[in-house]
Design a binder for this molecule. Structure first.
Ligand SMILES: *Cc1c(COP(=O)(O)O)cnc(C)c1O
Length: 422
């Protein structure tokens, strides 16, 4: 199936007389005829459901759709993108371990890594996504367990050279984890470029309608855990909490990562997505391919309009030929990147404030990657505690306006920007 068809059909095939839409299994628990039947589930000897804190059939149908879109072997939903990135990294790294991460990542992920996971004893080295192969190699330590980056970074819009980073990660015997939230599998499939694990905040384009917070993890199934068994004891030695099964041997390269993530992390942290939210996510996924096409078309037109406007000082959009990441964007996302454009006005912060007040179509919101065009002036909102110098240091200058171009008629979006620019 092509990706547009997978958006509609993957993950659930109704049998004769069954509901066309995925059923919402709104149940915490599942009934069995005998204790022996249930015992097999607890021993991971049989697959099935027993408690929605770990797994739910509705969630699994939706995860299977995203897995098909990404070209993976197994997947799971989580309650949020934050939970997805925490699980994906914590599944391979524990206290005393180290992870190499791109420095150009979502602020929430940076905080998760740099503050909270450090408190859990996991060390991080942050590198520019533009680092040379030798600079990346130099960051590895004997206890390094993974490499992390974002295909298209939120909000810096840097493009991550997945193929190059995957090669260096594999030279060092560790998997590459890619957060593919902004590109979505419609525009980029990181597994095809060598990534091992893909994560998503499904809250963004996948849901696409401001309706539900969620996340997803997909395993590409190619990383050979047993070939690096010394690095990954959690996957390659017996789990005493499951009667001594070894995930990598019992479930193979295609299933070990997600099974461990479900059986241990979901069991213990319980960050499951509500089945009702998974249903809404599935509705969003059905139109993902057509929406992404429109987001990219509108985003490109808006970026070109802004670049040609005399009041605009600069525009950052990887679809513009003038952009530093244009060539990489063409390689990884030839059909378009996404709808997020950032820019600055010639009058700086003051001009940005005046401009924001005049907008009528674009709504002021912290959210991005959604059907509705939304806009944020971080220096006056999410980053308002920071000084001018601190704003520059974290890559969010005081004149930066982040515009998430929606799927309205582009003439209305550009018309709104035009009247607000004055
Ligand atoms: C929003 C976002 C997250 C966090 O996702 P939530 O669903 O808000 O928890 C992670 N990564 C990226 C790239 C994001 O844009």
């Amino acid at each position: 199936m092509e990706k547009e068809t997978k958006c509609i059909h993957a993950g659930y095939t109704p049998k004769n007389g069954e509901s066309r839409m995925i059923p919402i299994i709104q149940s915490t628990t599942f009934k069995y005829d005998t204790s022996e039947d249930m015992g097999k589930l607890f021993d991971l000897e049989a697959s099935g459901y027993f408690y929605t804190r770990l797994q739910n059939p509705t969630n699994d149908m939706v995860a299977a759709k995203i897995t098909a879109l990404e070209g993976g072997t197994a997947g799971m939903l989580t309650s949020s993108g934050q939970a997805a990135n925490f699980f994906a990294t914590f599944n391979v790294a524990t206290a005393g371990d180290h992870i190499v991460s791109s420095s150009s990542i979502y602020g929430g992920t940076f905080n998760l890594f740099n503050v909270t996971m450090r408190k859990m004893g996991i060390d991080f080295t942050f590198l520019s996504p533009d680092s040379t192969d030798d600079e990346i190699r130099a960051a590895f330590k004997p206890n390094t367990k993974a490499v992390f980056g974002e295909t298209l970074a939120n909000p810096a819009m840097t493009v991550f050279d997945i193929e190059r980073w995957a090669k260096v990660a594999h030279e060092n015997g560790v998997p590459l984890i890619i957060d593919n939230t902004f590109a979505t599998p419609i525009n980029c499939r990181p597994i095809e470029w060598g990534a091992d694990i893909v994560t998503h905040s499904t809250t963004k384009y996948m849901d696409g309608h401001d309706a539900t917070v969620g996340g997803c993890i997909v395993d590409g199934g190619k990383f050979d855990w047993m070939a690096h068994a010394d690095k990954f004891p959690g996957l390659c030695t017996p789990d005493e909490s499951y009667h001594g099964i070894t995930y990598a041997t019992k479930f193979g390269n295609g299933g070990a990562f997600i099974t461990k993530c479900t059986a241990q992390l979901m069991r213990d942290f319980g960050s499951i997505q509500a089945p009702m939210n998974a249903y809404f996510l599935n509705l969003g996924l059905e139109s993902l391919a057509v929406r992404m096409e429109r987001h990219c078309k509108n985003g490109q037109a808006v970026a070109e309009f802004l670049e040609s406007h005399p009041q605009v000082a600069w525009v950052n959009y990887p679809g513009l030929k003038s952009n530093k990441y244009y060539a990489l964007a063409q390689k990884y996302m030839p059909d378009g990147t996404c709808g997020v454009v950032s820019f600055g006005l010639k009058g700086g912060r003051k001009a940005a404030e005046a401009f924001m007040k005049k907008l009528k179509v674009a709504i002021i919101a912290t959210h991005v990657a959604d059907a509705h065009t939304c806009i944020l002036h971080p220096a006056n909102a999410t980053h308002r505690q920071l000084s001018e110098e601190e704003l520059i240091a974290c890559g969010v200058p005081s004149d930066l306006i982040r515009l998430s171009v929606g799927i309205e008629n582009v003439n209305d979006i550009i018309g709104d920007l035009k009247q607000a620019l004055g």
